[in-house]
Design a protein around this ligand. Sequence first.
Ligand code: NDP
Length: 449
Amino acid sequence: MSYDFDLFVIGAGSGGIATARRAAQYGAKVGIAEYDRLGGTCVNRGCVPKKLMVYAAHFSDYFNESQGYGWSVGETSFNWEKMITAVNNEVNRLNGIYQRMLDNSNVKVFESRGKFVDSHTIAIGDEKVTADKILIAVGGHPVKPDTIPGIDRAITSDDIFHLKEQPKRMVIIGGGYIGVEFACILNGMGTEVTQVIRSDKILRGFDDDLRSEIQEAMQRHGIRILTNKPKIALEEGEDGINLKIHGEKEETIATDVVSLAATGRIPNIADLGLENTQVEVVNGAVAIDAYNQTAEKHIYAVGDCTDRINLTPVAIQEGRAFADTHFGGQSRQMSYENIPTAVFSDPEAATVGLTEAEARDKYGDAIKIYRSKFRPMYYTIPNIQEKTLMKLIVDTNTDKVLGAHMVGDGAAEIIQGVAIAVKMGATKANFDATVGIHPSSAEEFVTMR
Ligand code: NDP
């Protein structure tokens, strides 16, 4: 049977675009459908605009710190509208680049929503196309929990990039990546931030030392973090919105019209026509095997719609492994071990490998923890009590480094390099044999005793 395309990709986010381009490079005839802007969450309302806002938020600290180094900074002010316009202009520029990249790779772009008619046919608007293989790469979207009364009064991270004005006061619900990053961004820009979480600590799943270190630093920087508040509600207030906290001690916190629900994301599979295929959905996500294959042998899925590790570089690697396997003649599986990740909080945090708790679960007492906490040289002259924390977890039987964790300036940049060593199975002796770069914070990773 002949099809219109060798591969049809539904969703032109990071995973979909990377797969389409890689398959086309191998000579496959590829089509891709996207009803929104090219680039998906990461480029349009995630990693990219968020990181630009992280840069914007840091200047308040830089102005302060520069004085210790002899600079006199005049009166400073921050213009939200100017910042948000610049961020969105950059996103527009990237959309153009994605379009050109796809055109140059001979991938045919359909600017409409793709929906399964049957397991080889996709409807895109009024048009129908057929494909030998189909990749679902439709991503996810933020979810507002209906267990919180009045949650519709909150915006999500999608909306924050389009706020016309800077909120003076902001309540953030949730203590995951998004809640923590936006709490720090807005605080850096001068918004009065209250973050409310249902447990005792932010960033569940991260190493406990990191969680405590970031939480304490955020509080020192002026963010009010309210812990152990499982029962909350949003109500109309006299002057904006009221956050009601129920429990032993009832409390009401007035906030501007904006409060942010940063309470997780779910796959975008509601309107995909999956019922017209044999593709299985488990816990709201597309079910796949180690080769990203669904229950239909010619339909595959990558990225957030599979709800495993929801990170852009993971979706990209999954997609490229799929394209290499099916169009490049090299059978390849994505490796999920030792995936590094960063939280662009202030201070920044990054991590690779096992947390201490995970390592104890797996290796019992056969692990050794190396920990170093110090004030980086940069903060000495301005006399600022900002600390960096580094931690290594080592298997005492094999000397292998099982996990590396860091809170502090440059954590993402530093851990990316350390992650190569950890992924290669480096031992503590290998770390020790590496000469440090002096003076740097990173050298601490090779000098820990
Ligand atoms: P997360 O799953 O990371 O965190 C959700 C937070 O909301 C948790 O603190 C959770 O609490 C809380 N929560 C969930 N449901 C409720 C509820 N009903 N009431 C109160 N609190 C609730 O989701 P995010 O939205 O922060 O991020 C989504 C994903 O996006 C991340 O998992 C990550 O994969 C990706 N991402 C990655 C970034 C990066 O790489 N730097 C940046 C941003 C996002 P609890 O811990 O108690 O469950």
